[in-house]
Design a protein. Structure first.
Length: 535
C-alpha cells in the first residue's frame, strides 16, 4: 500500500534564515506564512521546519529548553497554529524536528537534575570522576571532550554535542514517557510527522571507555544499539501509527545494512533515513578535510543505497551541509547547468526528495572573509581545536569556507534589494553578496531559470509514476556519466547525467522528455553538466 509521503516533495526551512516579518533580522513563522504561495507555486507537498522551540540557541535551536513552547524570535503558538492551518489549505503538510538525544542545559529537567536526590537526576548521565579523571575517554561530535563538570554536584554529565546539550538517559523509562507525550502534543496540533535528529545514537549501552579513534572515541557503545531499535518500535506502535505520521531519521555512521534495520517496513521503526555516505565522497575521514570530488565515487554510493533500501530519503543539501552546487558542480562557468543537473538527480532517484531552502534558485556557499562573520558553534569549536593542533590559520579558514554549516545558513535570497528581501533590519548573519544576481525574484518569471526548471521537474515527477514508484536500475556509471532507469508497470524512463565540464559521447539515442539544455532529441552527444530524461 502506498503512503502519502512517498508521493511528497519536502522543502526544508531553516526558520532563522528564511523570511523575517518584523525587522529584527531573524526569520519567523509569520515570514514563512507570507511565502506559502511561493512554496505552493514550486509544487512542494510538505515543509520540514528546523527547530522553532524555546531555546538558548547555543546550537541554533538544537538545544531545546521547552519542547511545548515556540521561541519568541519565531513568534507565538498562535502563529504556529496559523501556519499549520494555512499551509494545509494549500495542500502542504508540516514536519517538525524531533531532537531527543539531548536537551538544553536550561531545560527544567536538567536544572532539577542537578540536585542529587531529585527525581530528575537519572534523566541524564551524571557520573563522578575516576581518580581525578573524567568518567571515560569518549569524545564529542563537536571536536571536544564530551564530559562537563558541574561544581554544584561535584559530578560530570555526558554531552555528545556542545556542553550546553546534555544527553538524555533512556535507561530511565520516564524519559521515554516524556518524549511520547511531547510527540502527541504536536501531532494533536496537526503536524504530519518528524525529522528525528541523530536518532541512531540515543541509547547508550554502557559508559565504558571506548577504543581510541581519530573521531568519536566511544561510539561503539551508542551507535545503532539494540536499545535504540526497541525505542523506535515502541514509538511507532504506540504513537506514530495512530496518526499516520511520517518519520525520517538522521542517522550517523550507518551502512546500508544498518539502514535496512532502521527503515524496512517490516521492522516497524522509521519510514526512511538520512544517511551521510554520499555527503562524504568529497572528504577525508571527517567533513573538515576536503578531497577532490569524484563523480564516480558519488554514483557508486548512491547506487548502493538505491539498491539496498526499500525507500530512500533523497537530499543533496540541508542546514548542516555546504551548498551542493559548490561541492558537486561548477559555480564559475556552469553554475546554472550544474544546478539543474543536481536538481535532476535529486528528483529522479527513488525515494522522497528533500529540497533545502535556496537550492531551487542555485544559492551558493557564503562569501565571508573571516571568522568574525560566522555564527556556528561547531565551526568555532573546530577552529579552536585547529589552533591547539597548530593547523595554520590559512588552512583553518579554508576548512571553514568549504565545510562550515554557516554556508547553508545565510539568509534566503528573495530579491536583489538590500538584505535580499529577507529583512528590513540587520540580519542575524550576513548575506551572500551574490544575491544581486542569484535571487528568487530574478528567476520567478524566467522560463529558463533554475527555479522554473525545478517547477518543471516537479510537475514531471508527479505526472510519471515511474519517477515515484519505479524500480531503480543502474545502466552505467562511468567516470563522469551516470545513467539509470526508472521502471514502473509499462513505463520506463532513462536518466542521463554528465558531471563534467566536457562533452561526452554516448550510444544512447531517443526523444527527450526533459533536458536542462532544452533539447527535444538526444543525438548521442551530452553537453557539459547536461541532464537528460529520455522517454
Amino acid at each position: 500500500m502506498t503512503k502519502w509521503w512517498q508521493e511528497a516533495i519536502v522543502y526544508q526551512i531553516y526558520p532563522k534564515s528564511f523570511q523575517d516579518s518584523n525587522g529584527d533580522g531573524i526569520g519567523d513563522l509569520k515570514g514563512i506564512i507570507s511565502r506559502l504561495d511561493a512554496l505552493a507555486d514550486l509544487g512542494i507537498n510538505a515543509i520540514w521546519l528546523s527547530p522553532i522551540y524555546e531555546s538558548p540557541n547555543v546550537d541554533n535551536g538544537y538545544d531545546i529548553s521547552d519542547y511545548r513552547a515556540i521561541h519568541p524570535d519565531y513568534g507565538t503558538m498562535e502563529d504556529m497554529h496559523q501556519l499549520i492551518e494555512l499551509a494545509g489549505e494549500k495542500g502542504i503538510k508540516i514536519i517538525m524536528d524531533l531532537v531527543i538525544n539531548h536537551t538544553s542545559d536550561q531545560h527544567e529537567w536538567f536544572i532539577k537534575s542537578k540536585e542529587p536526590d531529585s527525581e530528575y537526576r537519572d534523566y541524564y548521565y551524571w557520573k563522578k570522576g575516576i581518580e581525578g579523571k573524567k568518567p571515560n575517554n569518549w569524545t564529542s561530535f563537536f571536536g571536544e571532550d564530551c564530559w562537563a563538570y558541574d561544581v554544584q554536584t561535584d559530578a560530570y554529565y555526558l554531552h555528545l554535542f556542545a556542553k550546553e546539550q546534555p544527553d538524555l538517559n533512556y535507561h530511565n523509562p520516564r524519559v521515554l514517557e516524556e518524549i511520547k507525550q511531547i510527540m502527541k502534543f504536536w501531532l494533536d496540533k496537526g503536524i504530519a510527522g518528524f525529522r528525528c535528529d541523530v536518532i541512531n545514537i540515543i541509547y547508550k549501552n554502557a559508559l565504558d571507555n571506548g577504543r581510541k579513534r581519530l573521531i568519536l572515541t566511544g561510539r561503539e557503545h551508542y551507535l545503532s544499539t539494540e536499545g535504540m531499535h526497541t525505542i523506535l518500535k515502541m514509538l511507532k506502535n504506540e504513537i506514530l501509527t495512530e496518526y499516520d505520521a511520517f518519520t525520517v531519521g538522521e542517522t550517523v555512521f550507518v551502512t546500508p545494512q544498518m539502514g535496512k534495520a532502521l527503515c524496512d517496513e517490516s521492522r516497524g521503526e522509521l519510514d526512511t533515513i538520512f544517511y551521510f555516505e554520499h555527503m562524504e565522497t568529497d572528504r577525508w575521514f571527517v567533513k573538515w578535510f576536503k578531497r577532490k570530488f569524484s563523480p564516480k565515487r558519488l554514483f557508486k554510493v548512491l547506487t548502493n543505497w538505491q539498491q539496498a533500501l526499500e525507500w530512500n530519503a533523497i537530499y543533496l543539501e540541508n542546514h548542516d551541509q555546504p551548498r551542493s552546487v559548490n561541492r558537486f558542480g561548477d559555480t564559475e562557468a556552469y553554475w546554472e547547468a550544474s544546478s539543474k543537473l543536481l536538481a535532476t538527480l535529486l528528483l529522479t532517484l527513488k525515494g522522497t526528495p528533500f529540497i533545502y531552502q535556496g537550492q531551487e534558485i542555485g544559492m551558493t556557499n557564503f562569501d565571508f572573509v573571516d571568522m568574525n562573520e560566522l555564527r556556528d558553534v561547531e565551526s568555532f569549536n573546530i577552529d579552536s581545536l585547529g589552533k591547539k593542533l597548530h593547523i595554520p590559520k590559512s588552512y583553518r579558514w579554508y576548512m571553514m569556507k568549504h565545510c562550515s554549516r554557516d554556508n547553508a545558513r545565510t539568509p534566503m535570497q528573495w530579491s536583489r534589494e538590500k538584505n535580499a528581501g529577507f529583512t528590513d533590519g540587520t540580519p542575524w548573519i550576513n548575506l551572500n553578496k551574490n544575491h544581486i544576481k542569484i535571487n528568487y525574484h530574478e528567476q520567478m518569471h524566467s522560463p529558463h531559470s533554475i527555479l522554473s526548471y525545478y517547477r518543471r521537474l516537479i510537475l514531471l515527477r508527479k505526472a510519471h509514476k515511474a519517477l515515484i514508484y519505479g524500480d531503480f536500475e543502474l545502466v552505467n556509471q562511468q567516470t563522469n556519466v551516470y545513467i539509470y532507469r526508472r521502471r514502473h508497470e509499462e513505463e520506463t524512463l532513462t536518466v542521463l547525467l554528465n558531471f563534467s565540464n566536457k562533452s561526452q559521447t554516448l550510444s544512447t539515442l531517443g526523444p527527450i522528455l526533459l533536458s536542462n539544455y532544452d533539447r527535444e532529441y538526444f543525438d548521442g552527444l551530452m553537453l557539459p553538466y547536461e541532464a537528460i530524461i529520455l522517454k
